[in-house]
Design a protein around this ligand. Structure first.
Ligand SMILES: COc1ccc(S(=O)(=O)N2Cc3cc(-c4ccc(C=O)o4)ccc3N(Cc3cncn3C)C[C@H]2Cc2ccc(O)cc2)cc1
Ligand SMILES: [Zn+2]
Length: 330
């Protein structure tokens, strides 16, 4: 038998500890001298998006300091329109998307210069349709997703060449039905989410082999119930989100053993501190806390969580308010 990387699950599964997770996220953002907080300055804008989206799903957004967040975002917009992870850092498509997602949740897009964000994103597109993340020029299909998601949230997709952006995504498709970060790169669940999400926004899902990709995604589930991101890897809560959101968009969520995955995710809660970790017993962080909650929201409506939109990883009611209709296969 092939040696499977996996973990053993204990038999008592805790229920979803919403109050603990809300307190963990609120205090993560408030005591700024705490060690972990200082280590994440280089990705602060994304960290804020992860924490605020999780709090909104739990119905706790009114416990956040909206004015402080809006002032921070305003100070992170650079002269070229791009938005950085922290004040005085370099702008990047990753943090421009996180900032726009936060402003959509707070319904406060007026605190930034939207026209300059649009031109910053447009300037990142390359002749082959791909996108670079910032002025250092690294190409990665993750940045294509950031560009398309940002512009669609700003209702301005026509600022870029959508057909060429789609062509580049198709060059990243592999024979296993999955997608890698660049043409020829190995399939990976996180990149599959980015490519499926981009094709969902632009209305090109018919270009995907949904059965072949759906099968590859279901193969991520291990005996522990958890999902990994590539064959032979260990399970990890954040892959629950990358795999489940892609399967939901492809209309094949029912191909997964939902109960097994739910138990795996619930075991990854820290019942003392609140928060979710990648695997049981590891350190929790806001990243895995968001993706544990969004996966549970997709798996079962009976957790007291708001519905999550699988394409944008934002609360469904925000996508509805923006009048956006990302496509899905039924
Ligand atoms: C702890 O080591 C890492 C490694 C990579 C990163 S990352 O920025 O390239 N990134 C996001 C990420 C964030 C965290 C984290 C810790 C504390 C906070 C506070 O907000 O956020 C932790 C991990 C992490 N990773 C790494 C990872 C997650 N599961 C397995 N791994 C190896 C993902 C990584 C890539 C990424 C994914 C989505 C996204 O929107 C942005 C970046 C960050 C920390
Ligand atoms: Zn992870």
């Amino acid at each position: 038998t092939t040696l499977r990387h996996d973990i053993e699950l204990p038999n008592n599964i805790p229920k979803l500890l919403i109050e603990k997770h809300a307190n963990y996220l609120i205090s993560y953002g408030t005591n700024k001298d705490e060690y972990n907080y200082s280590q994440t300055e280089h990705m602060r804008m994304s960290g804020m998006y992860w924490g605020l989206t999780a709090l909104d799903l739990m119905g706790k957004l009114e416990q956040t300091n909206k004015e402080e967040v809006l002032e921070f975002i305003r100070q992170c917009q650079n002269d070229n329109g791009g938005i950085s992870a922290s004040i005085q850092h370099d702008p990047h498509l990753l943090y421009t998307l996180s900032a726009v997602q936060i402003l959509c949740i707070y319904d406060a897009l007026d605190v930034i210069n939207v026209d300059k964000v649009i031109s910053y994103v447009k300037e990142r597109q390359q002749p082959d349709g791909s996108f670079v993340g910032d002025q250092w020029g690294e190409v990665d299909v993750r940045f294509s997703f950031c560009a398309v998601a940002t512009l669609s949230l700003l209702n301005c997709l026509d600022a870029i060449d959508v057909e060429k952006a789609v062509q580049f995504v198709l060059k990243c498709m592999n024979f296993d039905g999955g997608f890698g970060s660049k043409p020829g790169s190995e399939s990976h669940a996180g990149l599959i989410y980015c490519c499926v999400g981009l094709l969902s926004i632009t209305g090109h899902l018919h270009l995907i082999d949904a059965d072949r990709l759906g099968w590859w995604l279901c193969e991520r589930q291990l005996p522990s119930g958890g999902l990994n991101g590539r064959p032979e890897k260990l399970p990890d809560v954040c892959y629950s989100w990358w795999v489940l959101s892609a399967l939901t968009i492809l209309g094949r969520l029912h191909w997964i053993d939902k109960k097994g995955l739910m138990d795996y995710i619930l075991i990854c809660q820290d019942i003392e501190t609140g928060g979710f970790s990648d695997r049981p017993g590891d350190m929790v962080d806001p990243f895995h806390t968001l993706f544990g909650l969004t996966a549970l929201s997709l798996l079962d409506k009976n957790f007291s969580l708001k519905p999550i939109n699988p394409t944008y990883c934002m609360p469904e009611y925000i996508i509805d308010r923006l009048g956006l209709k990302p496509s899905r296969l039924d």
